[in-house]
Design a protein around this ligand. Structure first.
Ligand SMILES: [Zn+2]
Length: 485
């Protein structure tokens, strides 16, 4: 499998450090607010990476941290008269709830910063001993950036350029404006831990160095997060980890792109912030996940409800085909005989293009292209008079179902029973249009009564009333059904 490595700026063949086993570390959230769509993207990207590595037979240990002590958490705790621990727990629970809805697997290990204070202090002590860090009279400890010549290697930044743009803030006792805090002395009203440098708390960057080293040995196979973390967060993690151990920190660096909202950067000041919960109010979680997979993970993705609704239509098409294949497979008898070899050939090509795309730097957009190609092929097959009743068709449908099982295992979509998904989609669309499902059902009953009594004028009138609501009625061998396009 090829994977783009931010460190080398190219795609490289991914091989685990130890055969058969992979350690993946991704930076998690700072638990002070509800997660937004940018968090959803990062979580889905790393979920698919881990799922695919597992699908390929590798034994993956996935670690994703929670930052549970931080300025923003403390500020919110003080504002709400709660402890930082309570605030962090509230938003960690909310994160789990949102991610469960998006079918994002829990990480194997979910360390919290406050559980690793001893490990962080040990790392600081080593860095001070090796002259990579220094304590100042206020009780802060800083990393000495100029002591680590490789600083800037991940982000490609030049230390002299960075220095010319940096300033030492009032109250900081740094030797150099680029130096960053490993330990922050406690201010009044802040949670603190005892340390050789006085009461204080760890700096943000340090927690990932300590938690990844403790839970996965160095060098990590894969370290990842959003692109916004490359600098300074990941650059600082490398400096701390490599300066304190003398070992390479991570072999592969994987970063996902941003989410834009209607082509604009998402920010609180533009008031276009979208939490996962905002989006899922009138949409199914699977639609959001499917949308996030529709673009290559390294590029930006542009969110709008229009695009989301187009994705909903695409997802519906896949589920309809899965349902039709299920129904066809229930048929008790099939005509002996094979179908034309072209069907099998095309299916085989589409299947290998799915895996080819996944192997090419996790190209989920390309993989979904092959999903739709396969769905079109199966729809044609189910309509094809000379093939659809043959045993060869049945065998290909069975293979299709098996392939769809692999899609869902890898991408985390198409996993629900098709009928259930389609019913829920209908409900959610009705809710979005402000329609009363009970009322629709009632009109459907009136229409079927009228038809049973051969009062076709009345049946047509009722059908017209239903159509005026934006609802389609279809008569099938097993009765009339309604749907919302
Ligand atoms: Zn981190």
């Amino acid at each position: 499998m090829l994977l783009y490595n931010t460190m080398s700026r190219k795609k490289e063949t991914f091989e685990p450090r130890d055969p058969g086993k992979v350690g993946v570390y991704a930076c998690g959230i700072t638990a002070y607010d509800l997660s937004h769509i940018g968090h959803a993207r990062s979580a889905v990207v790393f979920d698919v990476l881990v799922r695919y590595l597992r699908f390929c037979g590798l034994q993956v240990t996935f670690v994703r941290n929670f930052t549970d002590v931080d300025d923003k958490i403390i500020a919110r705790a003080n504002r709400e008269g709660k402890s930082s621990t309570e605030i962090a727990q509230t938003y960690i629970d909310a994160f789990h709830e949102d991610m469960d809805r998006l079918n994002v697997c829990r990480a194997d290990i979910e360390p919290r910063a406050t559980e690793y204070i001893a490990e962080m202090q040990d790392m600081i002590k080593t860095l001070i001993e090796r002259d990579h860090a220094y304590a100042v009279p206020s009780g802060d400890v800083y990393f000495r950036v100029r002591s680590f010549p490789k600083y800037g290697k991940l982000s490609g930044r030049d230390v002299d350029d960075l220095r010319s743009g940096a300033r030492i803030a009032v109250g900081e006792e740094k030797e150099d404006p680029l130096d960053f805090a490993l330990w922050k002395s406690a201010k009044p009203g802040e949670p603190f831990w005892e340390s050789p440098w006085g009461k204080g708390r760890p700096g943000w960057h340090l927690e990932c160095s300590a938690m990844s080293k403790k839970n996965l040995s160095m060098p990590l196979d894969i370290h990842g997060g959003g692109q916004d973390l490359i600098f300074p967060h990941h650059e600082n993690e490398i400096a701390q980890s490599e300066a304190s151990t003398g070992k390479e920190f991570a072999r592969f660096w994987v970063h996902n792109g941003f989410v834009q909202i209607n082509s604009e950067k998402m920010s609180k000041s533009l008031n276009n912030f979208k939490t996962i919960r905002d989006i899922l109010e009138l949409r199914q979680p699977e639609t959001l996940r499917f949308f996030l997979l529709g673009k290559h993970y390294r590029g930006p993705i542009d969110f709008s409800f229009e695009v989301l609704d187009d994705n909903e239509k695409g997802l519906k098409r896949v589920y309809e085909t899965l349902r039709d294949a299920d129904n066809a497979l229930k048929r008790p008898s099939w005509k002996p005989g094979a179908i034309a070899p072209e069907w099998l050939e095309e299916f085989k090509n589409l299947k290998s293009s799915f895996f080819g795309a996944m192997d090419d730097d996790l190209n989920t957009a390309g993989a979904l292209g092959s999903v739709f190609g396969t769905v079109r092929l199966i729809n044609r097959l189910l309509e094809d008079k000379s093939s659809k009743n043959k045993e060869g068709c049945r065998d290909l449908l069975a293979e299709f179902k098996e392939l769809a099982g692999a899609w869902s295992q890898i991408l985390g979509v198409f996993s629900q029973p098709p009928e259930q998904f389609l019913l829920e989609l209908r409900e959610v669309r009705a809710k979005r249009l402000g329609l009363d499902v009970g009322k629709i059902e009632e009109l459907m009953q009136q229409r079927s009564h009228a038809r049973a009594e051969k009062d076709f004028a009345r049946a047509d009138m009722v059908r017209g009333m239903i159509a005026d609501m934006g609802v389609e009625v279809r008569d099938t061998p097993s009765g009339a059904v309604w749907d919302i396009a």
